[in-house]
Design a protein around this ligand. Structure first.
Ligand code: FES
Length: 649
């Protein structure tokens, strides 16, 4: 006689098992993704399955209907307390009785895939570093002396096959009470280090713990710090929040912060303290927003540029200010959060920092590579992550190059006369009628254009990064601006919206001075700031194209916290990016932030990134002689020499 055939769907994995084999056991032997937190004790209900053909063991009588039930006594108890859905069985209790097809529903799959929120859908395969595990620990025995932690480690080894278990002090101090309170049954939040494979107990709870655990994915930028709080079971974002980087008071861009550290003894210590305090505040806020307690935050993953990286870990960034731009370390780091004074999450929380590529190309670029995967692309893709410092990647399956370029904060609305952060009241879209030279615009927080009767009289406070890019590009298209970037006079342009401002001209977008409101205009100084920023961006991209030996790219991806809001057409009219078919220019949103989320949700991704980083060739813009030449030529709008055939069509 042959054993019954067991087939799991949707994986299609199959095998023969003796009658009486628990489904969870069969699933484990076949490598089927079936969750379990309690180790098969019928407590966690994570292992639920649904037979779609054939039957499991039958047991008992249901309390509800008095009918013959499929459930055994453990399942019955579970159903009485919490309710088990009809047609569902606990995989650890139901046993194989004959040939059967078993469906594993999505919520019972550990590695269940989560769809990203952004426009470009990409699945994150869940494989988090921190998981909850339920164990039964041996009680102490005078004749076999061993510590509570050693017996907990033995239980983790015997029940879950986990070795190399350690517990930091915050866990040790509570372990004995929790073990006794749980009557030697506890749930452990266990963190597996992707770098060393060590297991750290982050927290321990009496009995079976129903609570959720979370992690933070933090994109630590020069201007803003953006965080996503993610549920570590399914990767879902529970809350998102952002704050300004308080280091701005020490210098707006990276190099001015490096100079601050050079000029002021102890300056780097001040900047480190400031950014850590801001991350602590952000942690408190985001936990409050999601309605969780800070001790539910088990870990944080950081992506950042090299200067932010060094200031986060408390290393003086002075070496990054001078050739050969040596990093203290470019490897990924895993360490306890409290070593970084990040003390608003769980006391034993862990931090993972993505690796830097080299020199000026940081973990943020590595995160973009992780999320956008240029090294898997058939055609040549240019990825620009626009921020105070632009990270630029160019590549395809054969090769990936990366550089960073100091664009300055103009694209984020700083250094712009009416500039502001993207927030309600900021002008974010602009159109200028080429015939009348009259503008219309949209502000953040309103769906209608300013010439729409529904627009009303909202408070208009300034112009944000995407708004200024559109305004300058529209001014060029409407003939208010020549290719050198000079704003025409009222006479030259034939509109009174161009006003004289000293020896230059400004273009008025919105004037509410009569009502005591602001005058929002694009000044010659604003145009200059945008020209400098876009030239730096373009020159970086061109440098990579030279290195690659190409004069055009197939696709362009705009990334960055506000990359999602930049209109591809306007970016190209401005000459921020090289020429490409407009349909092949897309926005990826905050790709670095997405990369951080992927790393938060997946230990495998943390390992992959090390390989990806090794395959990327860094190009240093600061010492490349061609950079200056590209920069000067890119000052014209769109460009002094490079053709833009796709703009004509
Ligand atoms: Fe926990 Fe089945 S494994 S209830």
């Amino acid at each position: 006689t042959t054993d019954p055939l067991v087939i799991f769907t949707p994986s299609g994995k199959r095998g023969r098992f003796p009658v009486g084999t628990p489904v969870l056991t069969a699933a484990r032997q076949l490598g089927v993704d079936l969750d379990s937190v309690c180790g098969g004790r019928g407590i966690c209900s994570k292992c639920q399955v649904a037979p779609s053909y054939g039957e499991f063991s039958k047991h008992g009588v249901t309390a509800r209907e008095g009918a013959l039930s499929d459930w055994n006594s453990v399942e019955q108890r579970y159903d009485d307390i919490r309710g088990l859905k009809d047609g569902r069985r606990l995989g650890c209790q139901a046993t194989v009785q004959g040939d059967i097809v078993i469906d594993v529903p999505p919520e019972s799959q550990v590695h269940r895939q989560v769809v990203r929120k952004a426009a470009a859908v990409r699945d994150i395969v869940m494989d988090p570093a921190t998981k909850l595990l339920f164990v039964k620990v041996q009680e102490p025995d005078m004749h076999e002396p061993s510590g509570d932690l050693e017996r907990l480690a033995a239980a983790l080894r015997d029940e879950w096959g986990i070795t190399d278990v350690h517990a930091p002090l915050p866990v040790l101090t509570k372990l004995q009470k929790v073990l006794r309170k749980g009557n030697w049954e506890v749930t452990v939040a266990l963190h597996r280090g992707s770098l060393d494979g060590r297991h750290q107990v982050i927290d321990v709870y009496p009995g079976f713990h129903e609570g959720r655990i979370y992690g933070l994915a933090i994109d630590l930028g020069s201007t803003t710090i953006a965080a996503h709080l993610c549920d570590l079971r399914n990767g879902q974002v529970a809350a998102s929040a952002g704050v300004m980087n308080p280091q701005i008071r020490f210098g707006e861009d990276l190099m001015s912060r490096v100079s601050y550290a050079m000029m002021n003894p102890g300056g780097e210590v001040e900047m480190t303290a400031a950014v850590r305090a801001a991350i602590n505040d952000l942690t408190v806020d985001i936990a409050a927003e999601a309605g969780i307690t800070p001790d539910q935050i088990m870990e944080a993953v950081f992506v950042c540029n090299p200067v932010m990286h060094h200031l986060l870990i408390g290393v003086d960034p002075v070496e990054l200010g001078q050739a050969p731009f040596a990093l203290a370390t470019s490897d990924a780091m895993g360490l306890p959060a409290r070593e970084l004074d990040l003390n608003r999450m769980n006391d034993a929380a862990q931090v993972f920092i993505l690796p830097c590529i080299a020199g000026h190309v940081g973990a943020d670029a590595a995160a973009v590579a992780l999320s956008e995967e240029p090294g898997k692309s058939d055609d040549l893709v240019l990825i620009v992550d626009v921020g105070t410092n632009a990270e630029i990647l160019l590549g395809d399956k054969s090769r990936v190059l990366a550089c960073s370029s100091p664009t300055g904060p103009a694209f984020e609305g700083a250094q712009i006369s009416s500039g502001q952060r993207a927030a309600p009241g900021a002008i974010e879209r602009v159109e200028i009628d080429p015939a009348t030279k009259e503008p219309r615009f949209k502000i953040i927080g309103s769906d209608s254009w300013s010439d729409d009767p529904d627009f009303g009289t909202p408070q208009i406070t300034g112009i944000c990064g995407s708004g200024i890019i559109e305004a300058v590009a529209e001014m060029r298209m409407a003939g208010l601006l020549d290719d050198k970037g000079l704003i025409g006079s009222p006479d030259q342009t034939g509109t009174s919206r161009c006003i004289v401002a000293g020896r230059t001209h400004s273009y008025v977008l919105h004037d509410s001075t009569a009502d005591g409101g602001p005058l929002i205009a694009v000044t010659q100084g604003d145009i200059r700031a945008i020209q400098l920023a876009k030239s730096a961006l373009y020159a970086g991209a061109r440098l990579l194209m030279d290195e690659m030996g190409v004069d055009h790219v197939d696709r362009i991806t705009l990334a960055g916290a506000f990359g999602a809001h930049i209109s591809p057409k306007h970016a190209m009219v401005l000459g921020m990016i090289p020429d490409a078919p407009l349909a092949n220019v897309r926005s990826a949103g905050n790709a670095a932030g997405t990369g951080a989320r992927i790393a938060l949700c997946s230990v495998t991704a943390r390992r992959d990134i090390a390989t990806i980083v090794r395959q990327i060739t860094k190009v240093e813009t600061a010492i490349a002689p061609k950079f200056q030449e590209h920069f000067v030529n890119a000052n014209a709008i769109p460009h002094a020499t490079d053709p833009f055939p796709h703009l004509a069509s």
